[in-house]
Design a protein around this ligand. Structure first.
Ligand code: SAM
Length: 597
């Protein structure tokens, strides 16, 4: 669904009940429309006006009129109003938040919306922050008094943001009202009227320097966006997460893979480093802050999986004659790994490059790895140093500590600056199980990071190159199977006019990504894994291989065409036919491996 389609559908709803039916049925497609655009994108060509139009359409529709004449909106409509509120807040269209708040039923949410307008919609920075103190505190205290623990925390976050804004915004305009603001927030008699002021985190704001306040405001921003998203989604729980049967219970499907067992020299190195096998209760959901003990568990449990995945995938890619021919002409092969961690995907790539085609590869390889986690990088360094002597080519490494922000705007700013400072381009860019982590940390504020990773990475590729993005197929973020998020944002990237690379694998996505309508497509491939610490392990991932457009066109022109492809190993009777997912009794080839059989 597009925003225009939503607008038309909202206009057609003759009543709140009809609107409820529409929203319940389409909620999973409507939600992403409100997230994933950077502030800059919302303001380029005044794109935020499209949202204003959509909201005004709703406000003037029979549903909006029904609310104004006293009907209570159903939960799904309140959820939609929260999406609008959050979007207007992020695009800084503060006056519109007031229109949204006016449609909300009286209570905590409406009070919080009104408080937001009061401290965001400022026309006179010298006076408004102080003059509106009682109004804002009255609204937040009212919401706090009637709220549960979660709602109280939301009020406290808004209050902290108000305090920070009232120091930083005038300061940016050369006005200092910090002492006056501090005096109001620390006034004994106000403590009695507004007990919310006694919250420690509110008072601590006044101990922070301007820099500290900036940092705190970014943290609060993410929390406020995240909590509004959560509040909206909790109003339409049934409409959100479609639980899939993860495992196929019929005839077992043979796994097609060339490499299953970790080479001994890698197993030996992992042993030397004290690798431990232990399935973590929530998988390796968040790793950026893992310490040495945690990373040793990663090495023994998850590292071998990424090695086997990337080894197989790159072996298959290098067996495609047109790709092999392009890579054979290179004087050196430059590999960039984004979110490399301990380097498993790099190791798999190097193994594929080691034995490729008829002869061993002698082309020097240069690896650049980036990651947040310094201990993981140190471990990667030891591993690459140790396996160097088993590789037939010269290996240069450049391991960089590069923490990227978890919010979309910060991520785009920092990753773009990394890309701009690169003087040479890459022949291979990989990003393995890293992007899901951003969505696990903060789902709503991370929306758009996959699309932007693709867009920024594409500018760092040589003309004959590959970009492989692989990730988990879990629901660790609590809202959506990551494979679905990944497919949606990859398709969004490909339909942008600026896209300079496109999908070559899976085959279904390669032919249909710009017209794909399967918003909830769930792709998955399964691999078997054997190593010293696990004799029967398995791993499941969703991945896409991209290539610069003209190279991609040449590659896909060599593929044998089928009319439908399977895209999920657990669901053999489900296939993609011309961009639409459906059920087929025939044995459609697998979109990941069909070419290679
Ligand atoms: C699941 S691990 C995958 C590591 C490796 N690619 C693999 O397949 O084994 C995810 C990696 O992403 C890194 N990461 C997560 N968030 C990050 C961020 N904000 N900036 C940079 N790296 C990040 C983590 O430190 C971690 O090493």
């Amino acid at each position: 669904m597009t925003l225009q389609e939503l607008q038309i559908a909202l206009r057609r709803c003759g009543s709140l009940a009809a609107c409820d039916v529409l929203l319940q049925a389409q909620f999973h497609e409507i939600r992403p429309l409100f997230y994933g655009l950077t502030w800059q994108e919302l303001h380029d060509n005044c794109r935020y006006l499209d949202y204003e139009d959509a909201f005004l359409t709703f406000e003037n529709s029979p549903s909006g009129q029904a609310i104004r004449s006293g009907e209570r909106p159903p939960d799904s409509v309140i959820a939609l109003l929260i999406f609008f509120l959050s979007l207007f807040e992020r695009s800084r269209c503060y006056a519109l938040i007031l229109n949204v708040s006016n449609l909300l039923p009286s209570g905590s949410l409406r009070d919080r919306g009104e408080a937001l307008v009061e401290y965001k919609h400022i026309t006179d920075a010298r006076r408004d922050y102080l003059r509106r103190f009682d109004r804002i505190l009255g609204l937040l205290q009212g919401a706090w008094n009637h709220g549960n623990v979660k709602e109280r925390a939301k009020c406290e976050d808004l209050l902290q943001e108000y305090a920070i804004d009232s120091i930083l915004e005038p300061f940016a305009a050369g006005i200092t009202i910090r002492p006056e603001i501090a005096a109001r927030f620390q006034n004994e008699s106000d403590f009695l009227r507004y007990p919310i002021l006694a919250d420690r985190s509110v008072q601590e704001i006044f101990d922070l320097s301007e820099k500290g306040l900036e940092r705190k405001r970014i943290e609060l921003r993410s929390r406020i966006v995240e909590s509004l998203h959560e509040e909206a989604c909790s109003l339409a729980p049934g409409a959100l997460l479609n639980r899939f049967a993860e495992e196929f219970s019929g005839e077992p499907i043979p796994v097609i893979q060339q490499h299953k067992t970790l080479p001994c020299f890698i197993d030996e190195q992992l042993k030397t480093m004290g690798a431990v096998y232990a399935q973590l209760r929530r998988g390796a959901r968040i790793n950026f802050n893992g310490d040495s003990d945690y990373n040793r568990i990663y090495l023994g449990t998850y590292f071998p999986k990424s090695v086997i995945e990337s080894w197989n995938i790159f072996s298959e890619l290098l067996s495609i004659p047109i790709i092999a021919a392009a890579f054979r002409q290179k004087d050196s092969i430059r590999v960039l790994d984004i979110g490399s961690g301990t380097g498993a995907a790099v190791v798999g790539t190097l193994l594929a490059l080691k034995d490729w085609g008829q002869c061993q590869c002698r082309t020097p390889v240069e690896v650049t790895s980036m990651d947040f986690n310094q201990d993981a990088l140190a471990k990667q360094n030891l591993i690459l140093d140790a396996i160097r002597e088993d590789l037939p080519f010269d290996l240069k490494t450049d391991l960089r500590h590069q923490p990227l922000p978890f919010d979309l705007d910060g991520f785009v700013r920092d990753f773009s600056s990394v890309a701009h400072s690169e003087r040479r381009k890459y022949d291979v860019i990989i990003c393995w199980k890293c992007l899901s982590e951003f969505y696990n940390v903060s789902f709503a504020v991370a929306q758009g990071i996959i699309r932007n990773t693709l867009s920024i990475s594409s500018g760092m590729l040589t003309p004959f190159s590959l970009c492989v993005v692989s990730d988990v197929t879990t629901t660790d973020n609590g809202y959506e199977y990551f494979a679905q998020t990944f497919n949606r944002e990859s398709n969004e990237y490909e339909i942008t006019p600026q896209a300079i690379m496109r999908t070559i694998i899976p085959l279904s996505c390669a032919t249909k990504s710009t017209t794909c309508r399967a918003q909830t497509c769930y792709t998955q491939r399964r691999f078997e894994v054997v190593h010293r610490l696990a004799s029967h392990d398995a791993t499941k991932i969703a991945y896409r291989v991209f290539a610069p457009t003209s190279f991609a066109d040449s590659i896909t022109a060599t593929f044998a065409k089928q009319c439908s492809y399977r895209v999920n190993s657990a669901r053999p009777d489900e296939a993609c036919l011309e961009g639409t997912k459906g059920h087929f009794s025939s044995d459609a080839p697998c979109g990941y491996t069909g070419f290679f059989r």
